[in-house]
Design a protein around this ligand. Structure first.
Ligand code: ZN
Ligand code: ZN
Length: 312
């Protein structure tokens, strides 16, 4: 089952010639979640072949323009394309005030049901849950209220050992209950314990999205053992003073957080326009946490225990 993230944009406040502000699409078992929606997100979705109609949930981290100024355009396009599937939107309460004002002034009544879920600013709050995934907030340390998001698969069913099905002639209709943990009673009345005929479920996969934040070491515990961690790295550590005054992080700090969290892999992004060359940011992070990659536009990463870069 797919669990993968596609980077649509990873520039900070101002876009550059070849870098767009923040947006990512997360595919969790064919559910498509949009994380932030900076200016130009629609065009980036077209460019990287993400269909608007597939997006069912949008998560907006905070109300700095580089994280949501593409949202109104996307909502309008969905309306013009005749969308009728409901759309879930998560964000600060004021986000809905902005949207309602724009809809009212343009006398637009959306054709689809936009269901807004206001975010409370505390870590660990479960804001979305379905059969496959749980989404929790992570409170960032930023200039205005800002959250990140932690996506974690639910523990799956036990996996049947096919050799044991044959050995004990287990009928197909019993497989569902065995996957849920039931023992098997064979034709002679003998009970075969579940652990002898199944394997443990796959370990749940997880993705953490640290949108805009100062270095916040305590958050590492919230995402301990995460498979893939995206952390903003707006500045090089030589610009630490600037990072602190603007409530952002350096590449080195992102790597320190990944190390402390025991992450499998780190993606860095939200790059300041002051760095035309991103290699020094990558090298700085890799000097602390070697398994780091740049969140370049168009790159796609599978979230799994041995994480693969799908674009290579
Ligand atoms: Zn930002
Ligand atoms: Zn911000």
């Amino acid at each position: 089952m797919p669990f993968e993230v596609t980077i649509l944009g990873s520039s900070s406040a101002t876009p550059t010639q070849d870098r767009h502000p923040t947006a990512q699409v997360l595919n969790v078992c064919e559910r498509f979640f949009l994380l932030d929606c900076g200016e130009g997100t629609q065009m980036q979705m077209s460019r990287f072949k993400v269909r608007y109609g597939k997006i069912s949930h949008i998560f907006i981290s905070h109300l700095h323009g580089d994280h949501y100024l593409g949202l109104m355009g996307l909502l309008s396009t969905m309306h013009l394309q005749g969308r009728n599937a409901e759309l879930h939107l998560f964000g600060q309460q004021e986000l809905m005030d902005i949207i309602e004002l724009q809809l009212r002034l343009s006398r637009t009544r959306l054709r689809y049901n936009l269901i807004f879920h206001p975010i409370k600013n505390y870590s660990g709050d479960i804001i979305h849950e379905d059969d496959e995934i749980v989404v929790r907030t992570l409170v960032m340390n930023h200039r205005i209220p800002c959250v990140g998001f932690h996506f974690r698969e639910k523990t799956g069913l036990r996996r049947i050992n096919p050799d044991k099905i044959r050995e004990h002639a287990i009928p197909v209709h019993q497989l569902d209950s065995i996957k849920k943990g039931a023992d098997f009673r064979d034709g002679t009345g003998r009970i075969i314990p579940n652990r002898d005929i199944t394997f443990d479920p796959a370990r749940p996969r997880s993705y953490a999205y640290f949108s805009d934040t100062m270095f916040e070491e305590d958050l590492a515990a919230e995402v301990e053992g995460v498979d893939l961690l995206y952390h903003e790295s707006t500045f090089l550590h030589s610009d630490l003073e600037r990072a602190v005054s603007t409530f952002h992080s350096t590449a080195k700090q992102a790597a320190q957080l990944a190390l402390k969290a025991g992450a499998q892999k780190l993606l860095i992004g939200h790059f300041s326009a002051r760095y035309p060359d991103l290699q020094p940011l990558l090298q700085e992070a890799q000097s602390v946490f070697p398994n780091t990659e740049l969140a370049l536009e168009g790159s796609r990463f599978a979230v799994e225990h041995g994480i693969r870069d799908l674009t290579q």
